[in-house]
Design a protein around this ligand. Sequence first.
Ligand SMILES: C[S@@+](CC[C@H](N)C(=O)[O-])C[C@H]1O[C@@H](n2cnc3c(N)ncnc32)[C@H](O)[C@@H]1O
Length: 721
Amino acid sequence: MCIMPSAGAAGNEEVIVVEKAAEAWRQSPSFLLDEVTITRLDEAEIVVPMASDWLQLDATDDWIRHDSGIALQQEVAYASYLNIPTIILPPPRNRSHVASYGRIVNECLRNIPYMHFSVRLPIYDPAVFKSKESPPHGDLNSNGISTAQASSPKLASSQKHPLKPSKVSEGELNATWEMWDVIRTVCDNNARVTLTLDLTPPLPANANVLDRWAAEPVQHIFLPASAFIANVKGYPVLPKGTQAFIRQTMIHHPTFILSGVDSGVHTMGGESAYPQYVKHLEKTSPVAQATKTEGSVEQFAQGYQDYLQNPLQPLMDNLQSITYQTFEQDPIKYHNYEEAIYRALVDRPDRERIVICVAGAGRGPLVSRCLKAGQRANRETFIYAVEKNPNAFVTLQYRKAKEWGSSVELIAGDMRRVELPEPVDILVSELLGSFGDNELSPECLDGAIRFLKPDGISIPSSYTAHLTPLSSSKLYNAARESKDLRGVETPYVVMFQNVNILSGDGGGAGGRCGSRIQECWEFEHPRKDVTVNGRGLPLTNSHNVRSAKLTFHIPHAGVMHGLAGYFEAILYSDVGLSIHPCHKERVSKDMLSWFPLFFPFREPLYLPSNSELQVSIWRLTNERQVWYEWYAESFLPVANASLRIDTAEDVGVSEGPSFSSTSTHVAVPSPVVDALDVFPLVARVEPRPGSMEVTPASGVVKIGQTALHNPGGRSSWIGLT
Ligand SMILES: C[S@@+](CC[C@H](N)C(=O)[O-])C[C@H]1O[C@@H](n2cnc3c(N)ncnc32)[C@H](O)[C@@H]1O
């Protein structure tokens, strides 16, 4: 630590003068005209300023850190005076003091109410590991006031890349992200703290670790000329991996900061070749392509990306005509329904007349599809259309009068209460939510199954709910915007964009995708094992209670902000509907009707590399409502090798499967030991060794948990009446 020299000890007049000047500056930091490059508002309008690179907000030396903080406040205050909306901060460089960096940024957030602070962050940083003890800072002069000579060697040496991309280790890839995670956590995930991703280091070969940046608030991309290579004609282009990453990153609509483009690194094209090339990547990015594709989900969802919507409650509320109209634009859903009904009709025994009930007919699109399927199958069909929304029932009457005539009979009322004049062969319904059962299809169909003949069938015949852990600082901030508990205990319908699925392929059942996104439960119709009363209605709703405990493998460290929920339905035979990310292309490509569900967490849960996440979710009910409760725990698996954790300073790896549940010794498998080689991760594990829950039998060490969300349906529920 640098001790401020006292006048008495040094006995040096020069030191006293400098010291006095430093104190005067600390008291009222201000610029002189010749120390600034911009003075007018109109000049400031078009710039994105970068705070001085020599600021060491995370220096080991207390005085340097302290004075860097004052100097940053001075720069920020001047930028604010000039109405500048965003300032880019120098990269954090010292893991052990990065919390101090975060604290100073938090102070800026409090002092300047509107400005965004964008943390410049190399995508990974080998220097962090090479110099754990002496972070690569430039020096400040003895009075703590900066001199411009020192800078970040990593960034200054950006023209040379000492590491080949394939050599980048998991630890190196985690290191800068870990520092970012500390900064934004110290700043309480304030949405005004954003990222400037610095692509100076060559991108690593293990591209999937880069997915994590999709979930982070990337506002700028810093791209030096040295990151470009020359194509055969000598024009600057980016290596394939970097091209792919930048195309993916376009979901953030980042501003690119190109540096060194006048340095003549590439012989052809001049300075303008670089921005032209970036524009080309933007135009050919998946997000730009998808939004241009006629009929794509992305085009349909324009403006709804990462926007939290409350799920519909079609049982409790009466939908508007415009809502039905939006459903009816879906080109796939009704096509698949017609195909399922057609196949079911073909497969029915050769009866003269097949009776169908459309339960929850809305404005009648499925009624029309039933009639079409009947024509195609060359079967005589008769349809009962049941609808409880009195307003939609007017449209049904209109369509019967104009289109359907005597082949359709309309029945107004709740399918759980009305009676049908005769039993039916096929019960057709579309009462599904994003999570399958979340619009109470199970409960409504329980009331309608009694319409079926003994060999009658339901379309859909079954549906399943699926979950996966998700990182998205944007969704987390949006969910807690409402300030009260409700905001973070309500499942939302969301078209995901800036998100990252945290689970990997290891562990769990169900093959590659089955372990990333896992099934919670299933509902089947008709279900024969339910006890019913004299009218064929269930005595209680207990048979619709469900629970699931899912175990996910987390390959790369990340912060979990919530769970993504999806559904799949079997309509009939192999005809279905799916919004499951791994199956939707095959089952119902370009279907528009459902966006996924997002179950938020009140507090983000940090998940280290190679950890295990256990998610518990319940579907619960009383006589008036249905609701979900959810909860998660994280573990480090315990296996062959062992790690001894004694104190914050004393972290070492010893041989053998030693294990003690009474002490601070824990055993972890080799991959985890590898990961623990990365000191930020150790820092996550070791501060509370005494409080670790050690479970020798299951061989895991518990490292974190969330609260139980929405107990008793206190914040969100779906009405049964
Ligand atoms: C998701 S909409 C589907 C409408 C239409 N079948 C379609 O595909 O466009 C569900 C419809 O079922 C109706 N519904 C929901 N629960 C019902 C119940 N218990 N009895 C009768 N209708 C119901 C709603 O009013 C709504 O019109």
